[in-house]
Design a protein around this ligand. Structure first.
Ligand SMILES: CC(C)(COP(=O)(O)OP(=O)(O)OC[C@H]1O[C@@H](n2cnc3c(N)ncnc32)[C@H](O)[C@@H]1OP(=O)(O)O)[C@@H](O)C(=O)NCCC(=O)NCCS
Length: 170
């Protein structure tokens, strides 16, 4: 990636859905296939983030979805979730295409997540990360997240341990 290229971050729109689906497919394969069978990844992806489910997410007021574009190509996706009942704000998905990782796109998206949480009057932000996703877990810890809870996360027929973490923002 050429560092002078302009990075555009905007709300996801329906036209983005097929590209986000492909982005998830590629990014999950790189990040998760070492510990989750591909057939479970694909089935979970098809059930959870098919085009119509993505479009529903984009119009759901409890969620905020952002697409990151470089030269009109979607290279990253962010999903934020406000759990109104539990009064918690979650960074619920953050995915950067493998070829575009380590260029601070993740940093821009995590900073946007903090801003959105504070704007909505939350004093902390929550995330969940699979224990075996060591790179992301390490990244969150360096960002100041503290992990206190472990719950199973089911991806189709595979269950993996999943850590829940919180970062205090104000
Ligand atoms: C985790 C992720 C969102 C980070 O986004 P990114 O754009 O690659 O991260 P940044 O460039 O902002 O990196 C920030 C820091 O993390 C480090 N880092 C990022 N990805 C890394 C990796 N794969 N391995 C080692 N270090 C990494 C960078 O070197 C940088 O360190 P620095 O601040 O000391 O310079 C991205 O790598 C990703 O999508 N990973 C795969 C999917 C995933 O695991 N998502 C999270 C699910 S919970």
């Amino acid at each position: 990636m050429d560092k002078s290229q302009e990075i555009v971050i905007r709300h996801s729109i329906n036209e983005d859905a097929p590209y986000i689906f492909e982005l998830l497919n590629e990014t999950w394969d790189a990040a998760y296939s070492a510990f989750i069978p591909k057939k479970d990844l694909i089935e979970y992806l098809n059930n959870t983030y098919n085009i119509s489910k993505l479009e529903l997410l984009f119009s759901n007021k409890d969620y905020e979805c952002y697409s990151v574009l470089i030269n009109s190509k979607i290279v990253a996706w962010l999903k934020l979730f406000e759990d109104v009942e539990k009064k918690r704000f979650y960074l619920s998905s953050i995915y950067v295409l493998p070829d575009f990782q380590k260029f601070k796109i993740g940093k821009k998206l995590i900073s946007l997540s903090y801003e959105r949480a504070v704007t909505k009057s939350y004093d902390s932000i929550w995330i969940g990360v699979m224990v075996q996703n060591l790179k992301a877990l390490d990244w969150y810890k360096r960002e100041g997240f503290i992990f206190t809870e472990e719950l199973p996360f089911n991806m189709n027929e595979t269950s993996v341990p999943h850590l829940i973490g919180q970062k205090i923002l104000i």
